[in-house]
Design a protein around this ligand. Structure first.
Ligand code: NZQ
Ligand code: ZN
Length: 384
């Protein structure tokens, strides 16, 4: 186990009936006016919007709204929200939605104080120094954004999907009420689970770790597998939802990274190129395709870990090989309705040049194998 520092400043408020408490928390923190940021309208259909507005009103908190954040969120919406936040002189951002909304809110919170284009933070030209306080009500558990400082946004002018991570953009407080997620479409449950499983795998397959964190990793992934299968059959099973939601938060709030080299993250780098090319492909769907391809490419370096994964997570008995573990993982992804090849999402051989160029902008990356342009091409070819 490596030495490490763990510091997570986000207050997590978890469970049934917690959305209604937002006004109380904001008032306690002395916030009088917020920018309410949300997506395409799911919060109006499932009653979350109404609960939030009522709670804000009851506590005398003023709001201005920006809506229409789309999945795989875009920079122009971030710009629009920064302008509104400045014009209205809000004191905090309140993000209500999934990872796309919360990530956009982080960019807005940081962009509020930055005179240049906040895209600079995504391309390494600006190191965030200050941000408005961010409050989140998460309606889709997947990314872990509710308890980390990362944001992923697409610049639709350049076609680049990049991320930043900053200690200033951790939410001050995140509310996760699993009952708000009863309304999630099944495919979002599937993609959310695969995203969170991938976050844990990025650390699990790191070359440095510890037996304790490995056991925690295995517990999180097993929980996600079991609860996903239950939720797909019984969307309103509260016990399964709570376990699923908490597992996704713990997957990327720093816990699973303790004592590692920081994870590998190659599959995430490779996936962001897929959703940059095809914004309609959910991040979790892209990961279902690319992670097994990356595992196949690096399997000889992590064969013992792949065998452990097969044994402890997939419950395979006898003759466990790295190849079998990868095959069974793909089989499970397929069984819950995820795509496992680029072809299935309409990406053809001719598109590989775009994917390689986009991913190479950050290359070399990866700790198991440091991937260069040639490696990157080979992995996309495996994924075809
Ligand atoms: O826009 P609305 O109408 O709200 O609909 C959303 C959206 O269409 C819908 N939805 C959310 N909550 C719902 C609901 N529908 C019904 N009931 C509910 N309760 O779900 C759709 C997808 O939402 P989105 O926010 O895009 O999904 P997700 O949470 O998976 O976020 C994905 C984004 O996060 C980035 C991804 O790259 C992608 O851009 N990531 C962020 C990370 C981070 N900040 O740490 C790490 C991840 O690896 C990831 O890269
Ligand atoms: Zn992810």
């Amino acid at each position: 186990m490596n030495n490490f520092v763990f510091h997570n400043p986000t207050k997590l408020v978890f469970g049934k009936g917690t959305v209604e408490k937002i006004g109380e928390y904001l008032k306690k923190d002395g916030i009088k006016k917020v920018l309410l940021l949300y997506g395409g309208g799911s919060i109006k259909k499932n009653g979350v919007y109404e609960k939030v507005v009522r709670s804000l009103t009851e506590h005398g908190i003023e709001k201005v709204e920006v809506s229409g954040v789309r999945p795989n969120p875009v920079l122009s919406k971030v710009h629009e929200a920064i302008e509104v936040a400045r014009k209205e002189q809000v004191q905090a951002i309140l993000a209500v939605g999934g990872g796309s909304v919360v990530d956009s809110a982080k960019a807005v919170a940081a962009g509020f104080y930055y005179e240049g284009d906040i895209w600079d933070a995504f391309i390494g030209k600006y190191n965030i120094k200050k941000a408005l306080p961010l409050y989140a009500i998460l309606t889709m558990s997947a990314t872990g954004t509710e308890m980390n400082g990362n944001a992923v946004v697409t610049n639709e002018k350049t076609g680049e999907k990049f991320y930043f991570g900053s200690k200033y953009t951790y939410p001050v407080l995140s509310i996760v009420d699993p009952t708000t997620q009863f309304s999630l479409p099944k495919e979002q449950v599937v993609y959310g689970a695969i995203d969170a499983i991938s976050h844990v795998m990025e650390y699990y397959f790191d070359t440095v770790g510890s037996s304790l964190i490995d056991r925690i990793d295995e517990g999180i992934i097993k929980t996600l597998i079991e609860t996903t299968e239950i939720i797909l059959k019984e969307p309103e099973n509260y016990e399964a939802r709570t376990n699923y939601c908490l597992a996704t938060t713990l997957a990327l709030n720093g816990l699973t990274g303790m004592g590692t080299n920081g994870g590998d993250w190659s599959s995430h780098e490779l996936e962001h190129s897929i959703s940059a090319l095809k914004p309609e492909v959910a991040h979790g769907a892209g990961l279902a395709i690319i992670f097994p391809a990356w595992l196949t490419y690096v399997k000889d370096k992590i064969s013992d870990k792949l065998i452990s994964f097969g044994k402890h997570i997939l419950n395979l008995k006898d003759e466990i090989t790295p190849e079998r573990t990868i095959k069974e993982l793909k089989n499970w992804y397929s069984s819950i309705g995820a795509p496992i090849s680029l072809k299935e999402v309409g990406i053809k051989k001719d598109d590989i040049d775009f994917l390689v160029e986009h991913a190479t902008k950050h290359a070399p990356f990866g700790t198991v194998i440091s991937l260069n342009k040639e490696d990157i091409r080979k992995i996309y070819e495996i994924a075809l």
